[in-house]
Design a protein around this ligand. Structure first.
Ligand SMILES: *Cc1c(COP(=O)(O)O)cnc(C)c1O
Length: 425
């Protein structure tokens, strides 16, 4: 799952004790394991190897330029959803031909930047956007490649805010409209509409929604072929799960086992856009206990990380396993479980200092006794952790640290008070 493990009663990230790291870099801090990132990337690449896919790491899950660079060095491409993410990918040394650009609201400026960079594929989300990119490409007398994002009306059984492939969401076009869009835009010589794109949601912790969505996409591709549109590409998106608790998400090999047979021998270039499954388990958030407080029969553990650092619990009621890096009495959790109740633990809410009731990292957790100064690890925080961090309550954002074996590098420094107002000067 990852390279965060307890040895002799304390948590290690690869070969470094998490507690020592917290002392050295301060808290809160995001800590990533390079070995975990590389493991997850290579497992995915191996699982889908038969299809020789273009793997486009989804930058929005965790866009640190050093992490992107690490992945670019493995041959990864990038899925970007804004001009800023395109900038990040290029700064990381990405091969532009392996960049895909999705998103429902691409501006002219962003479209032009992507054309300037020579990206491989626009994933287009509406007829209006098709018309606009076609216009820009024609004005510039240049050819762009695009895939139409279809909305297969499949329920990925995940949180409604991260469901993207159902009819009522804003993403893509439904199958009926897709047929018409190809009729209207599929023969343009400036915008070459070469494929279809899907991204049904995140996380999708089962294979069935993929099978259902890809089957629908293939039927459409088939039908379009008969109508004279020879498509060459299918982009199956991302959404593969990460294990927030033990064995929650299928393995890359499980997804591949269901998906590869569908795409085998179809003569289609396959693109996958994993984010969370690469980086989710590869990051933790370290935070220090500030105060303990009880109120009635409730016990609060007040820590120095907050919803501005990690918003997923507040935003999606997302679960992150939390445990002290040096648990009292050597009370190490043998596995990360959603409702773990070890003997000798007490029921607490782990909350941040922000002035919102919704500011919590975990509610109703059975944790070993902690005291002021103890360091807690919030697990599986690599994806949509730092990427969604803000400066709310004028809190400088935490640093990001990349561990490799017994070494570590600060790949983003802790922000200063000066950073809070730098753009206001
Ligand atoms: C967010 C997103 C992804 C990545 O999703 P994960 O769940 O992180 O794998 C891939 N493709 C598109 C279009 C996205 O918006």
């Amino acid at each position: 799952m990852d390279h965060f493990a307890y040895r002799d009663g304390q948590l290690y990230c690869e070969e470094i004790a998490a507690g020592e790291l917290a002392d050295q870099v301060g808290t809160p801090a995001y800590v990533y394991s390079e070995r975990t990132i590389l493991d997850h990337y290579s497992r995915l690449a191996e699982a889908f190897a038969e299809l020789d896919p273009v793997i486009c790491y989804s930058i929005k899950s965790c866009g640190n330029v050093h992490i992107c660079k690490l992945l670019a060095e493995q041959g990864s491409g990038f899925d970007v959803v804004s001009g800023g993410e395109l900038f990040r990918a290029l700064q990381a040394g990405a091969d532009p031909a392996k960049i895909t650009f999705a998103g429902v609201g691409k501006t002219d400026r962003e479209i032009n930047e992507a054309i300037d960079a020579g990206i491989g594929l626009f994933n287009v989300e509406s007829e209006a956007e098709l018309a606009n990119i076609t216009r820009i490409a024609r004005e510039r007398q240049t050819q762009v490649r695009a895939a139409l994002r279809i909305n297969p009306d499949v329920d990925p059984k995940t949180h409604k805010y991260t469901t993207t492939g159902k009819r009522e969401t804003k993403f893509g076009v439904d199958l009926e409209r897709a047929r018409r869009a190809f009729e209207d835009f599929g023969r343009d010589k400036y915008l070459r509409l070469i494929g279809v794109h899907l991204h049904i949601g995140s996380p999708v912790n089962s294979v069935e929604p993929y099978v259902e969505a890809i089957t629908k996409a293939l039927a459409l591709i088939d039908e379009l072929g008969k109508a004279g549109f020879e498509l060459e590409l299918i982009d199956i998106g991302g959404g593969f799960g990460a294990s927030y608790w033990e064995d929650q998400a299928p393995l890359a090999a499980d997804y591949a086992k269901a998906i590869v047979p569908l795409l085998r021998g179809k003569g289609l270039r396959v693109v996958v856009e994993p984010g969370r499954s690469i980086i989710g388990n590869a990051g933790i958030l370290l935070t220090r206990v500030q105060y303990l407080k009880s109120s009635g029969d409730k016990q609060f553990v007040i820590v120095d990380a907050a919803m501005n650092d990690l918003i997923r619990p507040s935003l999606y009621q997302a679960f992150h396993f939390i445990w002290p890096v040096c648990p009292a009495g050597g009370l190490v959790a043998a596995s990360r479980e959603e409702d773990l109740r070890l003997e000798g633990t007490g029921l607490v809410d782990v909350v941040g200092p922000i002035c919102e009731t919704g500011d919590f990292l975990g509610l109703g957790r059975h944790l070993p006794a902690v005291q002021r100064g103890d360091v807690l690890a919030v697990f599986t925080a690599g994806a949509y952790g730092f990427a969604m961090a803000s400066q709310y309550n004028a809190r400088p954002r935490p640093p990001e640290v990349l561990v490799c074996g017994a070494d570590y590098r600060i790949i983003r420094r802790r922000e200063t008070y000066g950073d809070l107002i730098a753009a206001e000067r």
